[in-house]
Write a protein that binds this ligand. Structure first.
Ligand code: TXA
Ligand code: MG
Length: 344
């Protein structure tokens, strides 16, 4: 997917430009700034400053062995931060950057160990968001922003500055607002070395788009049982709202909701297919109708889950997504979110 409109820096007004300058100064001085990208909001620090990077792990309560993504302003900087870059990586960078694609490559000596969790590889991407690109541009040359998603470890990623505010207010030096994220799901993570190309996390760029750019099939490595977990988003239980979430087919979901309503539980029923609202009219049931198109659905998913958490419900019942390639990233996030509460 190309995200042109949100990455056009000419569209930034003067107020936003001065906020961006202030954010760059904070980052250059070792502070922490939450900033918008086209996928989700990031929790950013100067990647070359280990003390600043350390603050990210503390704020997020994330294990230090889980590496951060390095955000850079242009693929022209790729050789500064990585080495032994295979031809496949150049093709993908050219095709999808700026955009929702993270490349895992051999790191260069410029990347501190704290960014990579001690691994010899580094995740790198160029975000397709005008504010993020202008922020990178405003920092010292030869700096990059190390950033995970701006949520607490294991929770849902933020897609608006209000979501960041709710989770991290008072813990960061600045929250730079850039409007709602256009894609709403995290980047696709691709590991490319001289021999192989594999997808470590499905996301904003589809597997089909990657295969078509490379003109060859790629392997899917994100559900491999027994794999050493280095992608925290690949843990079985991740991306979870605090409200227990369950997945049901269209045929099951209405009955389940009514049964829970009968036990005086408050539930949200989140559907994407045609649904007769009357079949769900019982006290304690809220119906949230999502778009049937995966791009529009992906954009709204985390906001809907944040909303359910805020209302304070007992359960979120989600209609299972279609088993189609375009829904892969959504299905992946919903599976992990539902496993976080499998005991309840
Ligand atoms: O869209 C995104 O990717 C967002 C925005 C802010 O850019 N970032 C994001 O970061 O989702 P985070 O940290 O929440 O997820 C990045 C994933 C983590 O699961 C991390 O373990 C993995 O990328 N990762 C980073 N570097 C890696 C490496 N060298 N090898 C394997 N996995 C890596
Ligand atoms: Mg995350």
């Amino acid at each position: 997917m190309t995200v042109k409109t949100q990455s056009d820096t000419d569209q930034l007004d003067q107020t936003q430009r001065s906020r961006i300058c202030a954010a760059a100064a904070i980052l250059n001085q070792g502070g922490i700034v939450a900033f918008p990208t086209e996928t989700v909001y990031g929790l950013g620090a100067d990647a070359t400053n280990p003390a600043a990077v350390g603050k990210i792990y503390a704020i997020k309560q994330r294990p230090i062995s889980h590496p951060l993504i390095l955000h850079i302003g242009s693929r022209a900087h790729l050789e500064h931060w990585s080495q032994d870059i295979p031809e496949t990586a150049w093709i993908l960078a050219e095709r999808f950057w700026p955009g929702p694609l993270t490349l895992i490559l051999q790191k260069s000596r410029h990347v501190p160990d704290c960014v990579t969790g001690g691994q010899d590889t580094v995740g790198i991407r160029v975000p397709a968001h005008a504010t993020a690109l202008a922020l990178l541009d405003a920092m010292h040359p030869e700096k990059a922003i190390a950033a995970p998603s701006a949520n607490l470890y294991g929770r849902i990623s933020p897609t608006t500055s209000a979501h960041v505010q709710a989770a991290l207010a008072g813990k960061v030096d600045m929250i730079l607002d850039g409007g709602p994220c256009q894609i709403g799901l995290e980047s696709t993570i691709v590991r490319a070395d001289q021999q192989t190309v594999s997808i470590l996390r499905p996301g904003g760029v589809s597997v089909a788009e990657i295969e078509s750019a490379l003109n060859r099939p790629v392997s899917l490595a994100y559900n491999t049982p027994g794999q050493t977990v280095r992608v925290s988003g690949s843990l079985p239980a991740h991306y979870a709202p605090s409200t227990p979430l369950r997945l049901y087919t269209k045929a099951e979901i209405g009955q389940q909701a009514l049964a829970l309503a009968g036990q005086h539980f408050q539930t949200a029923v989140v559907t994407w297919s045609e649904f007769d609202p009357l079949s769900l009219s019982a006290p304690g049931i809220r119906h949230i109708a999502m778009p049937p198109d995966p791009v529009a659905y992906g954009k709204q998913l985390y906001a809907a889950l944040h909303q359910c958490d805020q209302i304070g419900l007992d359960f979120i019942l989600m209609e299972k997504p279609p088993q189609k390639p375009a829904w892969l990233a959504i299905a992946d996030r919903l599976q992990r979110a539902s496993r976080a509460h499998h005991k309840t």
